[in-house]
Ligand binder design. Structure first.
Ligand SMILES: [Zn+2]
Length: 294
């Protein structure tokens, strides 16, 4: 197993923001005690980002970075576009390593709320979507199954792969009726898109059960050659204070149960960090998940 990480990921954003540098250092500090092997990301070729994003979005991100024009969810510093590109490069590196062994992209800023031509929810570029498209092209990989267990709907990922039948997307998230980004309902489901909604109060057991049922069904449909995971840990009870999660996961081992279900498929697999904001528990939650792939 490899962990893709760069200390440059700490240079984007502000500590006063929920999506802050401290999140990445909390995970890094926890994982480095576990004698895991770390590798550095390779920066992306900017033109490659057009595989998933429109040129207009890239120009906007560049301009906002240069002008340091922040929005309510997305702070922009001068280096924001550069670090976002390095996060996309980190996800790609994990996808490239996945052929041989599981890899976890410990990157920030996160990506699953960035669509073809929009950004938001702390995300700028869709790291995982970029890695999926690029690896398909680079290695001639057929179907890929994406599993997103962040408590928010992966609206950007869904937007990017909506018309792409070679990518199956399963997102399990808290009820979009009142949870950002207010998308991810049953009515958006297609043959290759599955949204599973948690109303709140499910707790550990039902979180795992709902994930397993939907994941298995989508896995059978997709017959994938590779699995890509949007790993967000914000369904954890302690994250409620930052993002209003009410699913009620009490045990860090629950993320291990999720890891076990995915790892049991014995397919090339990589995971990319999305949300998770409670720093004292974030490292352990991430570790419990990734250790199942050893
Ligand atoms: Zn989230």
């Amino acid at each position: 197993m490899k962990i893709v990480y760069s200390p440059k990921y700490l240079k984007h954003g502000f500590e006063s923001h929920p999506e802050c540098p401290g999140r990445a250092s909390a995970i890094y500090n926890f994982l480095k005690e576990k004698s895991l092997e770390f590798v550095s990301p390779t920066p992306v070729i900017e033109n490659d980002l057009l595989l998933v994003h429109e040129e207009e979005l890239l120009s906007k991100l560049k301009l906002f970075s240069k002008m340091q024009m922040s929005t309510s969810d997305n702070p922009f510093k001068e280096n924001t576009f550069e670090i976002a590109k390095l996060a996309a490069g980190g996800a790609l590196k994990a996808a490239q390593l996945a052929e041989k062994e599981f890899a976890f992209a410990l990157v920030r800023p996160p990506g699953h709320h960035a669509g073809k031509n929009f950004f938001g929810g702390f995300c700028y570029l869709n790291n995982l979507a970029f890695a999926v498209r690029k690896i398909q092209k680079e290695k001639g990989i057929g179907n890929i199954l994406i599993a997103d267990f962040d408590m928010h709907h992966g609206n950007g990922t869904q937007d990017i792969f909506r018309e792409d039948a070679s990518v199956y997307f399963f997102s399990m998230h808290q009820d979009p009726i009142d949870t950002y980004p207010l998308t991810g309902t049953d009515s958006e489901n297609t043959e290759h898109i599955r949204n599973a909604i948690l109303k709140g109060g499910e707790g550990d057991r039902l979180f795992v059960k709902t994930f397993k049922e939907n994941f298995e069904e989508m896995f059978d449909r997709a017959e994938p050659e590779m699995i890509a995971v949007s790993a967000g840990f914000d369904a954890f009870h302690a994250d409620a204070q930052y993002v209003g999660s009410r699913i009620g996961i009490e045990k860090t081992s629950t993320f291990g149960e999720i890891g076990k279900i995915i790892a049991s498929k014995k397919l090339p697999c990589f995971a990319v960090l999305e949300g998770g904001y409670h720093q004292p528990t974030l490292g352990e939650n991430a570790f419990k998940f990734i250790k199942e792939f050893k």
